[in-house]
Design a binder for this molecule. Structure first.
Ligand code: SAM
Length: 208
């Protein structure tokens, strides 16, 4: 049988997997704190006029700093009940990116794109990253964060058959091969064996 890096181990479709909301957190408090601390330095200041952010693979929490607000914060995810409850979102879109990786936004729309513990579920990552480049403003920042856990039947083969350090390289390769991004940077917070590690791979859209 041929190895397909972007196939799932499990057979259920994403639409079947997300019918009921899950109001849970997928990483522990220390990992969330590390991510929120990173966001507090990387995101534009709260309530900056004209800033637009997209939280991809979003749910009922986005882990932005407490009270963080912008005029436009769009959440994209699979479950409407989760998205409705997310206090930072100003709007949301329900879309299965594995069925339709085209992002329903104009070119050069967003200042920042975030994606928390979900990049491992993308079966068409190159399409999605090319779309991210298209909808980001010039110098707009994409922040992909993940830990060492995933739903193993939902993660794509290349993810589940590799380890944490490889995952950072995989996400870096998505940026590199999508083209039009600055060389990606890795931020890592880990406390081996005691807390969930947090890996953040981020890159800015290149000035054309
Ligand atoms: C592990 S949860 C993470 C949720 C949220 N980012 C967080 O940090 O709690 C995975 C999220 O990815 C979204 N997701 C999974 N597969 C998806 C797909 N094929 N298309 C779009 N979103 C997807 C789900 O809606 C879910 O909210």
């Amino acid at each position: 049988m041929m190895y397909d890096a972007f196939l799932l181990l499990g057979r259920s479709s994403d639409t079947e997997l997300y019918p009921a909301p899950r109001f849970v957190t997928h990483i522990d408090d220390q990992a969330i704190r590390a991510l929120t601390k990173y966001y507090s330095q990387a995101l534009p200041l709260s309530k900056t006029h004209g800033v637009a952010i997209l939280d991809m693979c979003s749910s009922w929490v986005s882990h932005y700093p407490a009270g963080y607000k912008q005029e436009k914060i769009v959440g994209m995810g699979m479950n409407e009940d989760e998205l409705k409850k997310n206090p930072v979102l100003t709007e949301y879109v329900v879309q299965d990116l594995n069925l339709n990786p085209k992002l329903p936004f104009d070119d050069n729309t967003f200042d920042v794109i975030t994606n928390v513990v979900s990049v491992d579920y993308l079966m068409k990552p190159m399409d999605v990253f090319e779309e991210m480049r298209r909808i980001l403003e010039t110098s707009g920042l994409a922040i992909m964060s993940f830990s060492n856990c995933c739903f193993w039947t939902k993660g794509i083969s290349i993810w589940t058959s590799n380890r944490d350090a490889d995952h950072a390289c995989i996400v870096g390769a998505y940026f590199h091969y999508a083209g039009g991004f600055e060389p990606p940077e890795l931020y890592q917070s880990s406390n081996p064996g005691q807390t969930d590690p947090m890996y953040i791979v981020c890159s800015r859209k290149k000035i054309a």
